[in-house]
Design a protein around this ligand. Structure first.
Ligand code: MN
Length: 253
């Protein structure tokens, strides 16, 4: 089978040369390489306000990967900015909300990582903690670890019988953690399948879609050292291949 095309959401990169700005759209190489290692054909998507451009590009993709990054504008879930909210890029917000909504509407497989799980949740009607430490009702662990990514810094309990349980083969694993926001109220159709010891939501899956999963950690930074992280990318690519067949009207058994 041909490699399914996985559209990867990008970010604006502020690059200067000779004291002049040369902004770029780009993505951390780890996402691209993890998708390739999992059998997919990675395609980096540009940022744009034009829904018709995104729709045309998405028609060539078989799956969507929503990547990590800074904070989502709180107006997308009806709030004003908390004093501890971080950096926001309105163009990226608009692009990813359109990508997520479009993919969900056509039941395209979505793998949502870090900021991605937050986009997925808000695109599904949910809300976020704008800043976990300031807003979580009870004290939280350190979720922006000082350790480098090869050291999974906190634990996670996994819902038995979930996709995540199948991927890990465990009822608890340790994961890396680089976030100060998190899922608060769940979006429609999402269920929690991974939870940190302090109650912070670390993984969700959609019961309304064929294959829509979100994780709050960074599997792309650890897919070489922990097999379950690569297994998740493989599962996404496989689902994207099945979606491509469904869309083309080809029967899959
Ligand atoms: Mn965490």
């Amino acid at each position: 089978m041909q490699r399914p095309i996985i559209g990867i959401s990008s970010r604006k990169i502020y690059y200067t040369h000779n004291e002049r700005p040369y902004p770029r759209f780009g993505v951390a190489v780890d996402y691209v390489q993890a998708v390739e290692a999992a059998g997919g054909a990675p395609l980096i998507l540009p940022l744009t306000q034009s829904a018709d451009v995104l729709e045309r590009i998405m028609s060539m993709c078989d799956g969507l990967l929503l990547t990590g990054g800074y904070d989502l504008g709180p107006q997308y879930y009806g709030e004003e900015p908390h004093e501890k909210i971080g950096q926001i890029n309105p163009l990226r917000d608009a692009t990813e909300m359109t990508l997520a909504s479009g993919a969900l509407a056509e039941d395209m497989p979505v793998f949502a990582i870090c900021r991605g799980i937050q986009i997925l949740n808000v695109a599904s009607g949910g809300t976020l903690y704008q800043d976990l430490s300031a807003q979580n009702p009870t004290p939280v662990l350190q979720h922006f670890q000082q350790l480098t990514e090869e050291y999974p810094s906190h634990g996670m309990e996994i819902t038995p019988g979930s996709w995540l349980h199948r991927m890990t083969g465990e009822e608890s694993v340790r994961i890396n953690s680089y976030h100060h926001q998190a899922v608060k109220d769940l979006g429609e159709g999402l269920v929690v399948t991974g939870i940190a010891p302090d109650g912070v939501i670390e993984a969700v899956e959609s019961v309304k879609h064929t294959w829509v999963k979100g994780v709050q950690w960074h599997p792309e930074l650890a897919y070489k050292s922990f097999d379950f992280n690569l297994a998740m990318f493989r599962s996404h690519v496989e689902a994207a291949g099945q979606f491509a067949c469904r869309r083309a009207g080809i029967q899959v058994d």
